[in-house]
Design a binder for this molecule. Sequence first.
Ligand SMILES: CSCC[C@H](NC=O)C(=O)N[C@@H](CO)C(=O)O
Length: 719
Amino acid sequence: MDFPSVERAVKVYRECASAPSLSSASLQKTGDSVFSVHSTWSQRDLERECNIKYRQTHIVTLDSNGQIGDVIDPGTNTELNSEQLVRWSPSGKLKAVLRKIKDKKGDEKQYLEVWNNIAKIHNINLTALDKHGKVYEDGEFGCLEWSSCESQLLYVAEKKQPKAVSYFDKSKEGGSEENPETDAKKKDPEVKGDQFVHRQDWGELLVGKHSPVPCILNLQTGQVTIPEGLPNDVSVGQAIWTPDDSGIVFTGWENEPYRLGLIYCRNRRSAIYHLDLSSQTCNTISITGQSVRSPVFSPDASKLIYIQNSCHGPHMQCAQLIVYHWESKETKVTVDIVQRPTEGRPFPGLYVGRFEQQCWLDNETILVSTAWRSSQTIIAINICTGEVTRLTNGPDFGSWMFCDIKQRLILACRSSPTRSAQLVVGVIPQEGDISCINWKPLHESSVILSDVIWSVITLKPKTEQGSDIDFETIILKPKANSGSQEKKLPLIVWAHGGPHSVFSTGYLLLPGLFCQLGFVIACVNYRGSIGFGQASIDSLPGFVGTHDVKDVQAAAEAVIEQGLVDRERVAVSGGSHGGFLSTHMIGQYPDFYKACITRNPVTNLAAMLGGTDIPSWTMTEAGMDFDFKIAPSAEMYAKMFNCSPMAHIDKVRAPTLLMLGSDDLRVPPQQGIRYHEMLKARGVKTRLLMYPDNSHPINKVDAEADCFMNMYTWITEHL
Ligand SMILES: CSCC[C@H](NC=O)C(=O)N[C@@H](CO)C(=O)O
């Protein structure tokens, strides 16, 4: 078959990959019925080989009926290159900015700035103060919070460690014997012989983040303090002020007995703490032995909410929403885990990482985005009754991210497989059905794939698979061919990672690209994906390599049955656990798949146990309980090996492209390297691409673009 040329693929990549993705967006009230919307975006710059960040501002007015009036785009897009965190003060009059700048010597410095509407009014060189290490700007621990009186800022930074020196460092000798007291005052404490002590960090994408502590900057004095009374052996993150600024509340993750990688893993043992700043006493608010996160106070300060799920088992789970009454200290589960959604009660449960800073519609209702089958949807939760109302459910956009709420004006970002991100605003009705929102776009999507159509099909596993849990597949088809019988198209079957994650019907870059180039794409949300109830998640551990494999195959067959696809030209793709599935598919269905492309695949769970930052994952997914002190037996290793793609290596015939990130701590590159070597030794065509300075996602701009072109040439050569 004639595939579009490589030049055409480059052109399509340039177009589709130019779609910016939203980093953050917030609403500010700037006058009577006038709001400004500030959004920051990230966009690939193929010429500079980096992601650029820029800010966009829109003005939204409300009419006399309180409905959206005008949307004004003053056209003030500005590139940002040094802002790490931005936070508006409660009054909206001040803006705090954490900035990272390289000095003349090339050393990185962090500054905390405060701006009013005219100019910068404070600039504190945090690096020079030397009270702590780097400030955390990530989505797991990071925070930047104004006290209610707007005179203090709370953030999280790496705890300062005593300087480690050699026993043989002569420059450290001398002074102390002559005048130990004055010398000690001059110098920070030094520890001899600790230079090479291993300090464990929080793993993949959190490298160098070991021991976060809360830090308070007093804007009047310019001084930073690290509060006393913090619990031992706990990593502090997501810190907020108590309503009267007398204390702080934060999430504390246990460091002991050792840290397990945190990113994509919402099952780490943690607790919500309250530290009283004057008495320096710290108490837990949540129950122990759970995984909790994201504490937020209600506007009237009477309630604190947070998210909770088990710290055992799968790495992503359906969560509970907990309400803690600040005065009475009573705790209530207001939204519980949903095992199986039903037709009458379709809400599949909560799958939430962190609440937005402003998530309260009023003192009873919060707004949050969550996975809902194959979509990402915004829901309103009445925290007193636990009632859940779905606010977004239209046919055109499958992914809705809640951004901010001011009064009843809601800001959201939506996308679909054929339309890249678009900011929208709406007014939540004061009375009646709160889901009746007239959404008004602030701009057009920057990329529209007009040659692609998409749909979602629901599939049930066959009876012999002993389960009645259904699953879904998102199908992308080239429009030109979608109704005709003329020429059958090649199919790429795509499996997501996790395994407990999900493809949502938002903008999907790689599937969209291949569809633009004439492929039918099936993105399979096999059983175990999030958004389908906890029973679906729990059905997979112990059956990886079987249930998920069968679901992926059933999805491929179902798409073929629709008559559009040539069953002789089917390829499979996926990264991470999706790579585990891709390599399983070519091992278990060697006649069916004609090519395989895979990113950082898990190929042998037994071998991965000793190399990954999350050894717990390998045991859990193989169906065994993880314990921090477990030393697996030969039987356990056998179990892990037997459910791995490597156990099927002798049957593989499909040409296989492996793309590996050299710095991946989650799935060590050796997983892919060994698989590649085994294929080579068996005479199976294979190619391995190793991307330096890339980790699990392989998302540096040049690497990602190269991955796509190699995927395209590999598939077109072999289908
Ligand atoms: C021990 S790594 C297992 C696979 C990994 N799971 C969690 O980190 C994975 O599949 N990652 C996904 C993200 O969820 C990916 O697509 O990279």
